[in-house]
Each structure stands twice: as structure tokens, then as C-alpha cells.
Design a binder for this molecule. Structure first.
Ligand code: ZN
Length: 394
């Protein structure tokens, strides 16, 4: 599915939370609010409510994506999954103002949807005989399925906004906090470290509260219960991972954006001539080294193509016996290449996007090196501190 040019994918794990919502509403909430409803009404209303809930989660993520795009950041896709929604953007914003707007627009969207649903839910309710309503329960009983659905959807969207506004990175509120700290200190790394620490502290609180609930204690507002407690601890665990990973990722990016390809590219590697029999390449080179891509070099060291081990593996034994390197190689037009002056961060992005493990480095059409994913990891291991925190400048 595509909306506004953005791919929308639904992960199977969404089904779990979808069924939990439908079941919780149809078997728990609605029978309490409306004892007189036939089961069919309760179930159909519950299914409609769950569908509309995920539509509002999608609207929340779409708002993040559209603001990101307005700032020139490409959005890869929006994924709906067990923890709600996630917009996968090409890279993080480069300015704190962009980060602030991208983060805050999600909760604003949820609040807007929440208030819209609530006001639609109570609109025109004046015709109900007010004198007969003696308590809130009476008021709820009088609501038809559509109004019930709107009121539930309204409050759940407001809750979604409030949860997302908690200043725990990488929740939206944590991103807002990071943007403000970033603007105040002009130091993205320090801002991220603080926001991530707060995120981890909040995640720890969720896990602790969840465990207390699992042990049978009741907690103010949240209540108690095994399922609720486990769910809370699960969200906490997920948030903790996300907070830690976001910080590490930022460190890696900051280190690699200053390193040119020429500094870590492999300069000792085998190249082969086009007329070489493929069998010789396999027996004489591929079986004797861990190099997985062989540049094919013509006159004046011009790159004619690259033979990839992945491609050779797909050939039949007969093809391997009879083909030459020229027949097995991919021409330059089909190969992703890098420049020696490019940043390693850019190459790493390309490797991840195309799902490839190496790129040849070209200078004026001549091959000068090879960058492999493993070389980048090795460089990080040797240049960053044990915790990835203090890159040594070389
Ligand atoms: Zn959000």
C-alpha cells in the first residue's frame, strides 16, 4: 500500500496487538459500558475500533513522514507492528529545528484526532433526556455503538499522545528534548547522550513497574495483573534497547562522517584480466582467499567489470568450465562504485541500501581500492574506544 508516495507495510506482529484490542474491547470494556448490547454488536464495534485505532497510528506516523519530507529527508517506508508504528527515514535531521518539528507533529496529530473523535462522540447529545441521567454509567449506557467507538478512539489517541510526549528518547517527547538540548548546547552527541540516559531510566521504571504488577501488586493508574505487567515490562525492554542503540548508531555515524574512503579502503587485492578462464579464477583465486569480488582490468588499468562470488555460485558446473571472466563479470553500469574522497558514512549507507558487501573505489575510471563492510567494522574496532565512545583521530 502507498500513501502520498510512501510505502506502508504491516508486520505480522501487528495481528497480536490487534486481536488483544478487539478481545479486550468486545469481552471486557463494552459489556461493562453496555450490558444490554448483543455480543455481535460488541464484537463488530470492537473490530471497527481496532481498525480505526491503527488508522490513527498511521496518521501519526504519516505526519512525522510528511514533515521529514518537507525538510528534504527521504522516507523509506512506514511500518505498522506490535509497538504501533514506525517511520523509517533515510537519515536523521541535520538541524535541531527540523528534529523538533518532526518529533512534535506526531503527538499534535494524535491530540487533534483525539479531540475530534471526542467532540464528534458527544455532539448533538442534547436530545437525550438529561433528567434521566443520574450518573456517568447511565450516560454511557445511553450511547449508541458509533458514539461509544468515537469516545474510546478519542481517549486512546489522547493517551497515545501523552505516552509519546514522555521525554524518554527515542519516544517523540525524548526527541523533542534532544532537539532542545541540541539547540541549547550545539552538541548533538551530548544532547543524545542525555536524552538516551533519560530514555533508559524511564525504560527501567517501566520494567520495574511491570515486574511489581506481575508479582501481584496493584499500581496507581495502571492497576495490576500478569498480562498488563508483562506487557509493560516488554515495552520497557524494547525502549531500553532502542535508546542504547540510537546512541551507539549516532556515535558510529559521527565517527564515519569525517573519514574519507581512501583512509580505510583495501589497496592490496587481486585483479584479473578479461580473457582469464573462469575456472582459473575459481581454483587459483577464489578458493585461496577471502576476497569475494574480483575487479576485471583492461588496458591502462581501466575497470571493465567485476566478478562477484555470489554470481559465480549460481552458475552450473558446465558454465564454470567453459566461461571466461569477461562473460561472468558485471559491467560498470551494473556496479555501485565509490570515490576515494567520499565519506565512509555515505558508502556504509549505500552498502545497507543495496544489501551488498563491497564496492570498488574508482578514480578517473581506474580502480584504486575496494571497500568492504568488514573493513569498515574493523576500522571502527581499531579507532573507536571499547565502548565506542571516544574515537581517536588519526
Ligand atoms: Zn511519533
Amino acid at each position: 500500500m502507498r500513501i502520498a508516495g510512501i510505502d506502508i507495510t504491516v508486520d505480522w506482529s501487528l495481528l497480536i496487538i490487534f486481536l488483544l484490542i478487539v478481545w479486550g474491547l468486545a469481552a471486557g470494556v463494552f459489556p461493562q459500558w453496555h450490558p444490554a448490547w448483543p455480543p455481535m454488536t460488541a464484537w463488530l464495534t470492537a473490530i471497527a475500533a481496532a481498525v480505526l485505532f491503527f488508522a490513527s497510528v498511521l496518521a501519526h506516523e504519516l505526519s512525522h513522514s510528511l514533515v521529514a519530507r518537507a525538510y528534504g529527508i527521504r522516507v523509506r517506508r512506514i511500518m505498522l507492528y506490535i509497538f504501533g508504528g514506525m517511520a523509517q527515514i533515510e537519515h536523521e535531521p541535520g538541524r535541531w529545528g527540523a528534529e523538533l518539528w518532526m518529533a512534535i507533529v506526531g503527538p499534535i496529530t494524535s491530540i487533534a484526532i483525539g479531540f475530534l473523535c471526542l467532540s464528534l462522540g458527544v455532539a448533538g447529545i442534547t436530545h437525550v433526556n438529561v433528567t434521566r441521567i443520574t450518573s456517568l454509567e447511565h450516560a454511557l449506557v445511553a450511547l449508541d455503538p458509533a458514539r461509544t467507538l468515537l469516545l474510546w478512539l478519542g481517549q486512546i489517541n489522547l493517551m497515545l499522545a501523552i505516552f509519546n510526549l514522555i521525554p524518554a528518547f527515542p519516544l517523540d517527547g525524548g526527541r523533542v528534548l534532544r532537539a532542545i538540548l541540541w539547540g541549547a548546547t550545539h552538541d548533538l552527541r551530548r544532547a543524545t547522550r542525555w536524552a538516551s540516559a533519560l530514555g533508559q531510566a524511564f525504560a527501567g521504571l517501566l520494567i520495574g513497574t511491570g515486574i511489581v504488577m506481575v508479582l501481584g501488586f496493584s499500581v496507581p493508574i495502571l492497576g495490576g495483573g500478569l498480562i498488563n505487567g508483562m506487557w509493560l515490562a516488554f515495552i520497557g525492554w524494547y525502549l531500553n534497547n532502542a535508546a542504547r542503540m540510537s546512541y551507539r548508531q549516532l556515535l558510529t555515524q559521527q565517527i564515519l562522517q569525517d573519514v574519507p574512503v581512501s583512509q580505510l579502503m583495501l589497496t592490496h587485492f587481486e585483479v584479473v584480466p578479461p580473457q582469464l578462464p573462469l575456472e582459473t579464477l575459481i581454483d587459483g583465486y577464489m578458493l585461496r582467499s577471502d576476497q569475494r569480488a574480483y575487479p576485471v582490468i583492461g588496458e591502462e588499468e581501466r575497470l571493465l567489470g567485476v566478478v562477484f562470488q555470489r554470481d559465480v555460485e549460481r552458475l552450473t558446473p558446465a558454465q564454470r568450465r567453459t566461461m571466461t571472466v569477461r562473460e561472468a563479470m558485471r559491467p560498470p553500469g551494473q556496479i555501485t562504485v565509490a570515490q576515494p574522497t567520499e565519506t565512509v558514512l555515505k558508502v556504509l549507507d549505500v552498502l545497507a541500501q543495496r544489501d551488498i558487501s563491497q564496492v570498488p573505489v574508482l578514480e578517473n575510471g581506474r580502480i584504486v581500492g575496494l571497500v568492504r563492510r568488514a573493513d569498515i567494522l574493523r576500522w571502527l574496532a581499531l579507532h573507536a574506544g571499547p565502548d565506542g565512545a571516544k574515537p581517536a583521530r588519526s
